[in-house]
Design a protein around this ligand. Sequence first.
Ligand code: F6P
Ligand code: MG
Length: 443
Amino acid sequence: YDHLAPRLRGKKEGTFAYLTVKDRWPKIVTGLVDQLVRKRPELIQEYGPAVETDIASILEKFSKLRYEIMTDKPLCTLPENGSEGRAWNQLIFDMKTAFMPDDVEELTFFKGPWLFVECYLYRFIYSAFLTTEKLSEMDYFQDTKQRNFLDHLEQIEEAAAFMNKISEKDAPLHDLFGTNTIFKMSLWGNRADMSLTGGDNQIMKMSCVVASAKLSEYILVDDVNEMIFHVLAPLQVNKGNSKNRRIDIVLDNAGVELTNDLVLADFLLIRDFADKVVLHGKAFPWFVSDVTEKDFTWTIDSFAKAGPEGEIFGNQLKSHIGNKKLIFECDSFWTSPHPFYVMDREAPELFKEFCSSSLLIFKGDLNYRKLVGDRDWNMDTSFKTACRGFAPCPFIALRTLKAETVAGISSAVLDKINAQFEDNNSWMTSGEYAVCQFGGFAA
Ligand code: F6P
Ligand code: MG
């Protein structure tokens, strides 16, 4: 890794990172302000008039935050309460002093590394609520997440029906095509997300069942079959004598995406690829739409709203949870700004857990950015090089592209896409294109 590519930063005009800092973040903060103002009467009714003080303190912090983003001020320290509060301030201090990366001249909203500053932003928002008396547990993105689920009930019923059919019939064990389809449904669930639209819900017209069949030309690297061949197939065959029959899914967004990830989890269990599937979510609201434990429980309880198939599917998941085959965890590592190649140092317990997993599935754009360190790699740099040695076990990233970082694209594919887009990079951030990249085996 002698020649590391530079980190993405908001200050590079014309990039999506720049647009994000300039427009998307202020919009997300404004959305939260509007929501608090709108909900004020409701909150007073629920918590009593004392909540006014809390609301005022949050609004004051947010107006300062918006101003500081827009005028590119240095990041300030955060309140030290809550898990990892201290660690965050240490990180900010380190970044500003001894460990300032060579390619970063100052830790401000635009000049700082995009990934670090973006994680800081969501931690800042969380801290503003956490330090209040009454609103410390409020999920300020909950309405957006639940609306996404409720706006796609038809699709959710379709996905549930698809899965229920697989559970019923005695399909052959080595159905490569079927397994591939389920992974693609989970992939395309990542197509839209609520942070891309600045918190506005976006209706995904094409269901993931249909997308899995129709959108293959939008997948720039597709290692799903290779992964099935090397990892999943042997797991099913060696059922009796394999120790690590555990698969981990590092979740991304709630709503349609979580539904399709639960389809994947259910599939892995009922097709006997694993004895347990561990889902990893976020300990607090993160990047607008990411799944917390509350979202997970709410989603499973809400499948019946989609229709009879949804209800059957929800009950099946509840029985997996009851049998401890489906487990939800949220490690604080996922709400840290660290890239994954430092997981062994920053989250040794989690890393150790993954060393005994058979397969790690990373969902979404943010997980991908952390895998490749959010750097401006030459796109034909190998995925392995960009992951910088991260390999506790075999892993696969299922990601639609929403940020200008990617590795492992062949020059033939690059030539084709550059010709098609006449060298404009919008394909990297629109969420229309995807990669399914296999991260090989543990050393
Ligand atoms: O704003 C940063 C960003 O990573 C976008 O690039 C992306 O739209 C979003 O946040 C997160 O996407 P995902 O939910 O797929 O991780
Ligand atoms: Mg997300």
